[in-house]
Write a protein that binds this ligand. Structure first.
Ligand SMILES: C[S@@+](CC[C@H](N)C(=O)[O-])C[C@H]1O[C@@H](n2cnc3c(N)ncnc32)[C@H](O)[C@@H]1O
Length: 310
């Protein structure tokens, strides 16, 4: 059992580990993966399929985890922490299956009760088209609509996206498992950095479907990344392209369709130098410094050699 200590300010730290931060955390897919947990619902831009590769580079979280997002996920996870996954799951399980359940929740005012609100949020998020972010605007739920199945998908045997009993079991599985995680509803453009943290920053992709008015611009992303670096942090920023001028960038791949061999790529810009051992034919090894790596070369290097130096 690690000993809890208090350092400057009111932020608790675990002795023996650097704080771990996800900025624009959404479902907190990386932190969850490191603990063998699964975010319970789909989410546009989730790092679920990149998580293993990203953890290979960043290393596993060793200290307290701070998961910061301006959307509705932090409040959902806080409800699970405070009232229990079972309480939230019990309410979610009562929602009618498929589109009728989705529409009934969406039409009604947003509930004040945090447990009911969390349960309804996760149902809407699971049912939303393409996993687009569910929001609350002027006291009403705002979604991209229900992810209805096409007639051919129904013929092929695909199931309705919103299946409350199945979803409820996924929420229940989080019960008592979210210790050491701080789910913070905040704007990353103004949140003060946590000194000496390991930071994974996953802003909305530039030019793609966004999450709302607070989405940071590219200059803001660069400014935030450097601001955390100035506080002694190791910072990694994921984007569809190398996003931070002057930093190394590593191309990371996820498999989207195993059967057809389809992949997607994104870039992780990292604030630390990459020192890579590249084996040479005669058994000796060459060292590559902190220059920007050619993506062609990066593709030939196992991710395990691109680890953040500790
Ligand atoms: C690409 S998604 C992150 C996905 C996340 N890594 C995951 O695995 O679920 C981008 C996130 O940025 C959040 N976001 C957008 N603007 C923000 C801001 N100003 N402050 C905090 N979070 C913000 C959105 O709510 C969204 O969850």
């Amino acid at each position: 059992m690690l000993k809890r200590v208090r350092e400057s300010g009111s932020r608790p730290r675990l002795a023996g580990g650097r704080p771990w931060v996800e900025l624009c955390a959404g479902t907190a897919a990386l932190t969850f993966r490191s603990r063998g947990l699964m975010p319970p619902a789909v989410y546009l831009g989730s790092k679920k399929k990149y998580a293993a590769a990203l953890l290979e580079i960043l290393g596993e979280p060793e200290g307290e985890c701070y998961l910061i997002d301006s959307g509705l996920w932090p409040a959902f996870y806080r409800a699970v922490q405070t009232y229990g996954g079972d309480a939230v799951a019990d309410v979610a399980a009562t929602v009618p299956m498929g589109k009728p359940g989705f529409m009934a929740i969406q039409r009604a005012p947003v509930p004040d009760d945090p447990v009911v609100r969390a349960a309804y949020f996760i149902c809407l998020q699971q049912g939303a088209v393409l996993g687009k972010a569910v929001r609350i605007v002027e006291g009403r739920w705002k979604t991209a609509g229900y992810a209805s199945l096409s007639p051919s998908a129904i013929r092929k045997g695909f199931r309705d996206r919103l299946n409350p009993p199945v979803l409820a079991e996924k929420v229940r599985a989080l019960d008592g498992k979210l210790g050491g995680m701080h789910f913070i509803t905040a704007d990353v453009r103004t949140y003060e950095p946590i000194d000496n943290a390991v930071v994974f920053f996953d802003p909305p992709y530039l030019g793609k479907t966004g999450y709302g008015r607070m989405d940071p611009t590219r200059p803001e992303v660069v400014q935030i990344a450097y601001h955390w670096l100035d506080h002694g942090c190791d910072v990694a920023v994921s984007e569809g392209e190398p996003a931070i001028p002057g930093w190394n960038a590593i191309e990371v791949t996820k498999v989207t369709d195993k059967r057809r061999g389809k992949q997607k790529h994104e870039w992780l810009s990292v604030s630390w130098p990459l020192m890579i051992e590249v084996p040479e034919p005669r058994g000796s090894s060459a060292r590559l410094g902190s220059t920007r790596l050619e993506s062609r070369l990066v593709r030939t290097i196992p991710l395990s050699s691109l680890r953040r130096p500790r």
